[in-house]
Design a protein around this ligand. Structure first.
Ligand code: MRU
Length: 362
């Protein structure tokens, strides 16, 4: 299965697949400065929590390289300023702050006074995060694939596929694996207004892979679930709290409510880097507010009457009580999530097996 490569470090710049042009054009864009890379993150040329994490790490490497610090003090000053600037690009995806923290910690751990050694450590860590992400996606795929039965109808929201990661995706990874294992199913992709990640990106990458996919209006998801044609819902996540509350693309919460009402399992697939255990519940997740014009003038075409305001939160929070299982790189976990998430970070991996105790078994 040939999946698109989202981010490539060239040694002096970042080449990224410009997702704002998909599906019309498959074009790579070069970012050679902090400003260009930050613009690419803000404008969703590169997007999806794990991909944003990888991009943040390479952006830090790029920015420090451009600053060309001549002492350890200058290096750490450059790192602090650049971490702050990159961190401010998109607030909700936990992977972004996580990746920046990883890079900073690794540089400190070298104990070196040599700015060249310190800069090298950041680049190496960015490479490591990208390689690790590929592996984590594969593990999520292996853990989640048994949850996708032959003949299933599968609903997803937004894009949590290869385009959203450095690998084969999070929510779409179990689907890619199940397909490779020979099971056949049909995917329904919510169009995902206002930026159409489902219609443009999920539909594109699935159809490129030969997996049948239909696009539906976001507002049609509940009645599709009610119709009995959906056997499971699977989505990604931008941030998951210690309690299991999930920030994901706006509209996810409504899908989760409909799934619960009709007894359809609602799965959330994410690597452990998306879990933010410093937050006890979803009320303190920062929700990105995007320009109102994305709603009132979709894709740049004015639609709402002039002067009417738009309300445009990019994410919503689905309470843990609506989540059937989390599919992680360390296996599938069930409620009670305070306990099972705690165990996940206590070093006890489940190795792809499922734990007992769920309220709505899939
Ligand atoms: O605004 P986006 O396109 O970055 O939002 C992406 C999502 O909401 C994804 O579902 C989430 O980041 C998980 S990606 C594996």
């Amino acid at each position: 299965m040939k999946l698109p490569e989202t981010i490539v470090w060239t040694g002096k710049s970042i080449r990224l697949l410009d997702q704002t042009l998909l599906p019309g054009a498959v074009k790579y864009r070069e970012c050679a400065t902090l400003e260009e890379a930050a613009e690419a993150i803000r404008s969703l040329r590169v997007r999806g929590a794990p991909a944003i994490g990888v991009m943040a790490a390479y952006t830090l490497a790029l920015a420090i390289r451009r600053d060309n610090p001549q002492s350890a003090a200058a290096f750490f000053d450059s790192m602090r300023r650049n971490v702050e600037a990159i961190d401010a690009t998109r607030p909700t995806a936990h992977n972004l702050a996580w990746a920046l923290r990883q890079c900073a910690a690794v540089a400190k751990r070298t104990g070196s006074d040599d700015p060249g050694t310190l800069s090298r450590a950041v680049i190496d860590e960015a490479d490591r995060i990208a390689a690790e992400d590929r592996e984590l996606c594969r593990r999520i795929g292996a853990a989640g694939s048994p949850l996708v039965p032959d003949g299933a109808g599968v609903l997803t929201h937004c894009n949590a596929g290869a385009l959203a990661t450095a690998g084969m995706g999070t929510a779409l990874a179990p689907l890619y694996m199940a397909w490779e294992e020979g099971r056949r199913f049909h995917v329904y992709a919510d169009e995902t207004r206002p930026l159409w990640q489902g219609a443009r990106l999920t539909a594109w990458e699935l159809s490129q892979s030969g997996i049948p996919v239909s696009v539906l209006c976001d507002g049609a998801a509940a009645s599709l679930i009610a119709s009995g044609r959906i056997d499971l819902v699977i989505v990604g996540a931008d941030r998951i709290t210690a309690s299991g509350d999930v920030a994901n693309k706006i509209g996810t919460y409504g899908v989760a409510l409909a799934a619960e009402r009709h007894d359809v399992p609602f799965y959330v697939a994410a690597p452990r880097s998306t879990f933010d255990l410093s937050l006890s519940d979803g009320s303190s997740i920062p929700i990105e507010q995007r320009p109102p014009g994305e709603v009132t003038a979709p894709l740049g075409t004015p639609l709402a009457p002039a002067g009417v305001e738009g309300w445009n939160p990019a994410f919503d929070v689905t309470p843990a009580s609506l989540v059937t299982r989390f599919i992680t790189d360390a296996g599938v976990i069930a409620p009670p999530f305070y306990e099972t998430i705690g165990t996940l970070f206590g070093g006890e991996a489940t190795g792809g097996g499922e734990r007992e105790g769920g309220n709505r078994p899939g």
